[in-house]
Design a protein around this ligand. Structure first.
Ligand code: E4P
Length: 228
């Protein structure tokens, strides 16, 4: 399972890329607004350091989405155009795909919607697990069901577990067979954590320092021998 960052903050992407664990980024209008930068400038900057950067259309009608999606795709070859799971979004996604543009169908909340995304040959479908949990449904069950339906139907569209809220969601997404999980930077940082790793590393370093302190300092043993 590939790890994507769900952010439009350049510094977070840069850190994830430096760690060597991040393969892509998902942005959306909310995240772009939060980052507080010009959309085009920010997406291009992020595309400069990582592939697979989803940028979302904000038009509502198919023809407008098409113009917008083509413009987003022209910014950089790493851009994947995100279209909403609406009839217009799906129709625009189909046309963008015909242009050779990779499409991510976002706001997916059911297996049937995921089948529609697959029917237009979408590159990615994004089930929003956390938002289903928020309304007392099982978001990761949906991710697992889409993976299972796609396997049975030999569908190539990648399943991206989105709206991830905790490290447990990441484990569940991997076990459900998701191709990608996109997560906030705070969740990515939490993936490193385990108390036994911290305790073990502390102990190793302390023991190493003890061996350094016990080493005879150069010249000290000769001086001691001369005294004798
Ligand atoms: C990703 O593509 C989505 O935009 C994102 O995961 C939504 O997450 P949220 O439900 O926390 O806003």
């Amino acid at each position: 399972m590939k790890i994507f960052l769900d952010t439009a903050i350049y510094e977070e992407v840069q850190q994830g890329v430096e760690w060597g664990v991040v393969d892509g980024v998902t942005t959306n209008p909310t995240l772009i607004a939060k980052a507080g930068h010009d959309h085009e400038e920010q997406v291009k900057r992020i595309c400069g350091i990582v592939g697979n950067v989803s940028a979302e259309v904000v038009s509502e009608r198919k023809d407008d989405m098409l113009v917008e999606g083509r413009r987003l795709a022209s910014w950089h070859e790493n851009v994947i155009v995100k279209v909403p799971m609406t009839p217009d979004g799906i129709a625009a996604g189909k046309a963008l795909g015909r242009d050779g543009i990779r499409v991510n169908v976002t706001l997916c909340f059911s297996v049937n919607q995921a089948l529609l995304a697959a029917a237009i040959g979408a590159y990615i479908v994004s089930p929003f697990a956390g938002r289903l949990d928020d309304i007392n449904e099982d978001g990761m069950r949906l991710v697992a069901d889409i993976v299972s339906a796609y396997r049975q139907q030999e569908i190539k569209t990648k399943v991206l577990a989105a709206s991830i809220r905790s490290p447990v969601h990441v484990t569940q997404a991997a076990l459900a067979g998701a191709d990608i999980a996109t997560m906030p930077f705070a969740v990515l940082k939490q993936l490193f954590n385990h108390p036994l790793t911290e305790a073990g590393q502390k102990r190793f370093l302390e023991d190493y320092r003890k061996t350094q302190e016990a080493k005879p300092v150069a010249g000290r043993s000769e001086a001691a021998a001369a005294k004798r």
